[in-house]
Design a protein around this ligand. Structure first.
Ligand SMILES: [Zn+2]
Length: 146
C-alpha cells in the first residue's frame, strides 16, 4: 500500500495543524505548536501544546494528538503535520518521536510554519533506531529481580 501522503492530504493536514495551533496553551514559552494526525480512515485528530507553570508537566502538540486519538480508539496513523512559528519549521522533540514510533514507524511527516514553509520527511528518517516492544521483551529478565 502506498502510504505517501497525497497533495490533498498534505493540504488538509497543514490546515488542521494550523487550526490546532490556535488552541495551543503556551503562556510561558509563547512557542505555540499545532499537530494533526491523519488516520487510515481519513479522520484527522488534532493536538496542541499545553504548558503548565510546573514546566515538567508541559505536553507537546504531537503527544496531545496521539493521546486524543488513542482514547478515541484510533492507532492507525499514516501522517502528521506539525505547525510552528519557527523557520525552518521545527521537528518533533525526541520524546514525541518515541511516542509516534510506538504506533507507526512508517509515518509521513510534514513540518510546516505560519510563513508557508513546508518540509516533508518521515519518522524513520527523523528517528531511525527507536526503542520498541521487541527490545523490551529481548532484554527482560527471566527471573524476578532479587
Ligand atoms: Zn515533543
Amino acid at each position: 500500500m502506498d502510504r505517501t501522503l497525497s497533495p490533498d492530504q498534505v493540504e488538509q493536514l497543514v490546515a488542521a495543524a494550523e487550526q490546532a495551533r490556535e488552541r495551543a496553551y503556551a503562556p510561558y514559552s509563547r512557542f505555540r505548536v499545532g499537530a494533526a494526525l491523519l488516520c487510515e480512515s481519513g479522520d484527522i485528530v488534532r493536538g496542541a501544546n499545553v504548558e503548565n507553570a510546573s514546566f515538567g508537566l508541559c505536553i507537546c502538540a504531537e503527544r496531545t494528538a496521539v493521546s486524543t486519538a488513542v482514547v478515541q480508539g484510533r492507532r492507525d496513523f499514516i501522517g502528521i503535520a506539525i505547525m510552528t512559528g519557527s523557520s525552518p519549521p521545527s521537528t518533533p522533540c525526541g520524546m514525541c518521536r518515541q511516542v509516534l514510533a510506538e504506533f507507526c514507524r512508517d509515518l509521513d511527516v510534514v513540518l510546516c510554519n505560519d510563513k508557508g514553509e513546508r518540509l516533508r520527511t518521515t519518522l524513520k528518517a527523523l528517528f531511525p533506531n527507536n526503542f520498541d516492544a521487541r527490545l523490551l521483551q529481548d532484554g527482560a529478565d527471566t527471573e524476578p529481580t532479587p
